[in-house]
Design a protein around this ligand. Structure first.
Ligand code: ZN
Length: 409
């Protein structure tokens, strides 16, 4: 177990709380959630980065739907001994809405501290990344410690809705290129002991199944064709053959298989004595990256074609969205290996590199060939009422990354 060099822990705790209290009350909601974007929160954070002695740069994406006309993205770099490499800590500025206010024990946009706990919308997702990155910069600067490589802080917009105005915009503008080789740490998911290190994701595929029959009175089914019954038959059959045909197992992933789930169901008829003429069901698939999304799409289309041909009723598929996972960051990648050592040495625990079904901005980085790790210490309270994290988690995350960037690189 490594003891990290002395620093004023109380001062760092105070810095973290003050920082949270400055930006959490300034809402940062995407226009899709009825919000006005991240501009106000970004200017607060930009000021704080400047106060640390850094020179933040803006890479805004224009978006006419918000008052400011832009979705802000900020990069700030603290130069290291070897400026040809940069550890980027990526945090997203935007949050999801607070949801049902009556479920909150404290007002969501007022940061409430209760012993070690910090409550508020966005304190974990993804305010934790922001305070980790800035708290680490403060610690390095206050201690006059030069990191071995650059510490880059990337504060991005639009993560909750798809990153088009956020990380994808930064990648389009090649914003990271001038800072040399990039290693990306994305504190946006994790586990309470910090042993979970996410290095891979699954492809995501969303689609809609529409089965058409013929509406009739429930007492005269022979005059109609029950789309609800046909829909159940088709969706259950699809469920079975998808799992049979894409059945490979990969222990890197949690869960270790491709998942395909029927989810939302559209309302069909208003009254219970009508046989519905249309049946609509939505699916969410999380696909192991060894499969090609296109091959699953083709398979689904074949199944629906064969069903339609044999039943004589149309089962049609509409693909609504897909997102390629990119290549996993290899478990023996240098960044992954040194970062897991840093976790082990600062916490005395084993580290488990895993893949997940959820999507983070890491996939876009992996697609560009950057090594990317999603990691932090948290209890995964994101998007829930009473979202919280702990000061001790944040401090220990800062310690681990401090150890990595000053010793392990
Ligand atoms: Zn998040």
């Amino acid at each position: 177990m490594v003891t990290v060099s002395y620093y004023n822990r109380e001062e760092l705790r105070k810095y973290i709380i003050d920082l949270y209290k400055k930006f959490i009350p300034v809402k940062a909601l995407a226009p899709e959630f009825g919000g006005d974007g991240e501009a106000d929160r970004a200017s607060v954070l930009e000021k704080e980065l400047t106060a640390l002695g850094l020179k933040p740069r803006r890479f805004d994406a224009s978006d006419k739907r918000v008052k400011s006309g832009v979705r802000p993205n900020i990069l700030a770099v603290l130069e290291g001994e070897d400026p040809s490499r940069t550890l980027w800590i990526v945090g997203h500025i935007d949050t999801v809405p607070e949801g049902d206010l009556t479920l909150w024990k404290y007002p969501p946009y007022q940061v409430t501290i209760e012993k070690d706990y910090i409550y508020g919308r966005g304190v974990e997702d993804d305010g934790q990344a922001i305070v980790i990155a800035m708290g680490l910069a403060k610690r390095l600067i206050d201690n006059d410690t030069r990191p071995k490589i650059n510490l880059g802080i990337a504060l991005v917009s639009d993560e909750e809705v798809g990153s088009r105005y956020g990380l994808l915009h930064l990648l389009e503008r090649k914003a990271f290129n001038e800072y040399g080789t990039g290693y990306f740490l994305i504190p946006d998911a994790g586990s309470p002991d910090g042993s979970k290190m996410i290095i891979a994701e699954k492809h995501i595929l969303h689609f809609k199944v529409m089965v058409k029959g013929k509406q009739a009175h429930a007492s005269t089914p022979h005059q109609g064709l029950n789309a609800h019954r046909l829909g159940m038959m088709f969706n259950l059959m699809l469920d079975e053959v998808l799992h049979e045909n894409f059945s490979e197992y990969d222990s890197l992933y949690e869960p270790p298989v491709t998942t395909c789930e029927p989810t939302k169901k559209e309302t069909n008829v208003e009254n219970l004595n009508t046989i519905p003429g249309t049946d609509v069901v939505y699916w969410d698939c999380r696909i192991l990256p060894r499969y090609k999304i296109q091959s699953i799409k083709n398979f689904i289309k074949t199944v629906s074609y064969n069903f339609s041909a044999s039943i004589g009723a149309e089962a049609s598929i509409e693909f609504l969205g897909e997102d390629d996972a990119g290549k996993p960051t290899e478990p023996d990648n240098l960044f992954v290996k040194s970062f897991s050592e840093a976790i082990k040495e600062t916490r005395n625990i084993g580290v488990k590199p895993i893949g997940i079904g959820g999507g983070t901005v890491a996939r876009y980085l992996r697609k560009k060939g950057y090594p990317a790790i999603v990691w932090m210490t948290c209890e995964e309270t994101a998007h829930q009422p009473n979202e919280y994290t702990k000061l001790s988690y944040i401090i220990s995350d800062i310690e681990t990354i401090f150890h990595y960037i000053t010793k392990k690189v």
